[in-house]
Design a protein around this ligand. Structure first.
Ligand code: LUO
Ligand code: ZN
Length: 497
């Protein structure tokens, strides 16, 4: 009897389902329902690596970990914020019935009162599970993420303050809940799927990262202060297609994974690890969606304030320390003056190092010291920490294609917004940002070949275990985009941007 093995992620954890050819469609559906801990009324959606929905049946194609499916649990009624429409309709019908009965007999019979109280208690039950959003009830994926930037006319939009308040409430409600062991483990891996998680859940996962690296005990950080800090950082990322809070989470999660994979906890101090993780978290704070070239050409306030020297990165770093200057957010407040100076100096170096105009300067310095790297040498450690933040910042292609590819669409949307503005303002336009010139495959193959592979290869020389975790996936991505490039050349068609 041949069994089929299906790899898939659900609620952020990697699972595999095994079933024989004799299994019925109902059996296979029940198998996935059980894995997702979904109830009978939940809707299951299975996505393949191209983001297409596939039918959950015995005919499912067997796959591998790298080409795993993604299982979504969509609660039939709990989607969206607030009470589901079914409950509202029920209440409306009940009130209509009540008014009819009162017309007839002049008063509200007990049975109607009972029905009202039953509806009320059911509403309370629903509210009590709403915070368990990470069971898959309020999932956002790349399309929903991008859809935010073209809201449906007439659809009710929460104001930014209301949105932030909602996220804050959910974050604090969920932060006391235990994250499953599977999610904890997956959080340390580059295959973690950021699209599975809504913003409040990402805040909880960031709290888990700071906790599991033992920063709270080693650096005397109070949990409430950390939560205030994380929420303030979240609040200061803008709702733009790429350089948003989800990008911040991705970069921080990759940094977290690299720290575990390279076993840096045994080679660097807690203060140095905190510098790297907090730099990753803050490295794009308040990014406006327009890069340094635009800031300088348009002579914006930032360019004027920072004299055209890495205006964005200087701003991101200044925003981080403006948040840290608030006592209720100052995770560094229980440190000695020397510790504070060391961490501040390290964060300034690491955040400023994310300016891609300095890419070759920093990589060439690392290439010189890597063969003779010495963890006792202060300058060596500083260059490594810059490299780690840089690698985390541009590491999307080290993730599974289903996770990475939507990020390129988000990036190009942000780049096109900028080049459209530059054209309107008569400013120079960077070719790889011009929607009339750029092709997604060729821009990406160049980026992977000339930026990612040299950088990732150099880091892998110092930490050989990274070969399988980040270098191999990037090589696959290069093959993928090269294939797309060949296909678009052969068809002579214009690449879809
Ligand atoms: C590298 C970069 C700079 C600013 C904003 C985003 C990015 N990232 C990427 N750019 N981050 C990840 C990625 C990615 O996967 N692909 C690209 N591709 C193109 C658009 C590219 O070539 N970007 C690029 C290359 C070099 C550079 O400065 C040397 C700046 C941008
Ligand atoms: Zn970034």
């Amino acid at each position: 009897m041949t069994t089929k093995i299906i790899h898939f992620t659900v609620n952020g954890r990697l699972e595999q389902a095994e079933f024989g050819a004799e299994c019925s469609a109902a059996d296979v559906k029940d198998l996935f329902r059980a894995a997702a801990e979904a109830g009978p009324h939940h809707i299951l959606k299975l996505y393949n690596t191209n983001g297409g929905v596939v039918n959950i049946s015995p005919q499912l194609e067997a796959n591998t970990r790298d080409s795993h499916y993604r299982l979504e649990v969509v609660a039939s009624d709990l989607k969206g914020v607030g009470m589901p429409s079914e409950i509202d309709k029920m209440e409306c019908r009940l009130s209509h019935l009540e008014s009819k009965v009162i017309e007839g007999v002049g008063k509200t019979p007990d049975i109607i009162c009972d029905l009202h109280s039953q509806v009320e208690s059911f509403k309370k039950k629903l509210e009590s599970v709403a915070h368990l959003s990470w069971m898959g009830l309020f999932r956002e994926d790349a399309d929903q993420h991008l859809a935010k930037f073209s809201p449906k006319p007439g659809a009710p939009q929460l104001s930014m303050e209301e949105e932030h308040q909602l996220v804050h409430t959910k974050f604090l409600n969920m932060s006391s809940l235990q994250v499953t062991e599977e999610v904890r483990e997956l959080l340390k891996s580059p295959i973690f799927d950021n699209w599975q998680w809504e913003e409040a859940e990402m805040l909880v996962l960031l709290q888990v990262m700071f906790t599991d690296l033992e920063f709270l005990t080693a650096l005397h950080i109070e949990l409430a202060i950390l939560q205030n800090f994380l929420f303030e950082v979240y609040r200061h990322y803008n709702s733009i297609p790429f350089h948003n809070f989800r990008h911040c989470f991705c970069v921080t999660q990759m940094m977290y994974g690299l720290i575990w994979l390279t076993e840096l906890r045994s080679k660097l101090s807690s203060a140095d690890l905190l510098i790297m993780l907090t730099s990753a978290l803050c490295h794009d704070l308040d990014h406006p969606g327009y890069n340094n070239v635009y800031q300088i050409n348009a002579q914006t306030d930032l360019a004027l304030r920072y004299n055209d020297i890495s205006p964005l990165e200087n701003h991101h770093c200044a925003m981080a320390f403006r948040i840290l200057s608030k006592p209720e957010c100052n995770i560094l407040k229980n440190l000695t003056v020397d510790q504070y100076k060391h961490i501040r100096g390290g964060m300034i170096k690491c955040i400023l190092a994310t300016d891609m105009a300095r890419h070759n300067e920093i990589l060439n310095r690392f290439k010189v010291i890597q063969p003779v790297f010495d963890f006792g040498n202060k300058e060596h450690k500083e260059v490594l920490m810059k490299i780690m933040v840089k690698v985390s910042d541009i590491s999307n292609e080290a993730r599974p294609m289903a996770v990475a590819e939507p990020w390129l669409d988000c990036l190009l949307q942000e780049f096109f917004n900028q080049s459209d503005t530059e054209k309107l303002q008569g400013l120079p336009v960077t070719p790889f940002m011009d929607r009339d010139k750029v092709s997604k495959p060729s821009s990406q193959t160049n980026f992977i070949r000339f930026v990612l592979l040299p950088l990732f290869s150099e880091l892998t020389k110092l930490f050989p275990c990274l070969e399988q975790h980040i270098l191999e996936p990037v090589r696959h991505a290069l093959e993928y985009y090269s294939e797309l490039e060949r296909a678009s050349r052969d068809t002579g068609g214009v690449d879809e941007p």
